[in-house]
Design a protein around this ligand. Structure first.
Ligand code: TXA
Ligand code: MG
Length: 339
């Protein structure tokens, strides 16, 4: 039921893009690589098509989906574009920045989870861009995982979650950035980061004053009115229990020993030296945030496959990509943070 086509991420083969675009035009679902993570795409303007995304992912119907475009000018068909958006688009598109703006009539309400705003981005990946162009329509695409699980950074991850539930997977190899796009709300009084991601707050602050929503820092569960429905749901969760340890290596070791004495199989997500006597997965060293981001979700999946009972995740500072990385870890832990 699900087909897989491997495709050249730099120069996507025309015939393969045509096959995938046919699926989109017929109202089907295609998983495809972007620079951040794999997306699960369908025609953003067709209700029947978008409904298939929600079904395949088991996504709650009030969680809106990002609409992907292949050209900067295409936003105007979909949203009321404020002046500040033009500036951001010129500087950061194509790239991992999603802008939330007032939606236009054409965008069906199923795509926006019933909201009067729409989130839009132009991905920086040749497969994604060719697919959108060839399909002749904007493509709605959440991350191509089952709701609540880690986002997929390889086609294999997509297969693990969605095999038999979607029409086609375009396998363009591992994704470059590894965490999702930054979601920036332009409808609030002050532009506000709803989800930290591939473009850091510092980069945005080079051209405008942005706020950071408390849910984006993810220190604890956000209990206010969610600006982004995604804030309500548990995310990025491996099957094992996960604890974020913000107390350094000694603390990690102590806890690991304690859980081991309790008879638990312990996995450690390490960003430093590593630990002997425990199953350890290292996405990268904490000084190399790009590397950690790129491998983060894959390493969490790896620990899951090792069938550990509990994962202890080391932490890093919240500067640059650190904010996105810590947001994912804290959410994956269900806000169980040891200090
Ligand atoms: O990098 C990415 O953004 C990937 C790739 C595939 O583009 N996509 C992605 O989509 O991560 P998803 O659906 O997994 O996450 C989208 C987030 C959700 O938290 C959702 O609630 C929020 O964006 N969102 C979407 N539309 C929104 C809107 N109109 N207002 C506020 N938040 C919105
Ligand atoms: Mg997602």
């Amino acid at each position: 039921m699900t087909d897989v086509l491997s495709i050249d991420p730099r120069k996507p083969e025309r015939e393969k893009i045509q096959i995938a675009a046919d699926v989109i035009r017929r109202g089907g679902t295609v998983a495809f690589p972007t620079e951040t993570v794999y997306g699960l795409g369908a025609d953003a303007l067709r209700m029947d098509a978008v409904r298939k995304i929600f079904e395949a992912k088991r996504r709650p119907p009030d969680n809106p989906i990002i609409v992907h475009v292949a050209g900067k000018e295409d936003v105007h068909q979909l949203a009321e574009v404020p002046e500040i958006a033009e500036k951001l688009i010129q500087k950061f598109w194509p790239g991992p920045l999603t802008l939330v703006m007032r939606k236009k009539e054409r965008v069906p309400s199923i795509t926006t989870g019933g909201l009067d705003t729409v989130a839009i981005r132009m991905p920086d990946h040749n497969v994604a861009l060719s697919l959108i162009k060839e399909s002749g329509t904007p493509i709605a695409a959440p991350s191509a995982n089952l709701a609540g699980r880690c986002s997929p950074t390889t086609a294999e991850h997509v297969r693990e979650d969605l095999w038999g539930r979607i029409d086609l997977i375009l396998d363009g190899g591992p994704t470059r950035i590894g965490v999702e796009s930054t979601v920036l709300n332009l409808v609030s009084e002050q532009p506000t980061i709803l989800r930290p991601g591939g473009i850091s707050a510092e980069k945005l602050r080079e051209i405008l004053d942005v706020g950071i929503h408390p849910a984006a820092i993810a220190e604890k569960e956000f209990r206010g009115i969610p600006r982004s429905p995604g804030m309500k749901y548990r995310h990025y969760a491996p099957h094992a229990e996960l604890l974020v340890v913000e107390g350094g290596e000694e603390k990690v070791k102590q806890l690991a020993e304690k859980f081991k004495r309790e008879g638990k199989k312990v996995g450690i997500l390490a960003m430093g030296r590593g630990y002997t006597g425990f199953i350890t997965a290292t996405p990268g060293r904490r000084e190399d945030k790009k590397m950690v981001a790129k491998n983060l979700f894959g390493k969490l999946r790896e620990l899951d496959k090792a069938n550990v009972d509990i994962i202890l995740a080391e932490s890093m500072d919240m500067n640059g990509l650190g904010l996105a990385i810590m947001n994912r870890l804290r959410k994956a832990s269900g806000y169980r943070i040891v200090r």
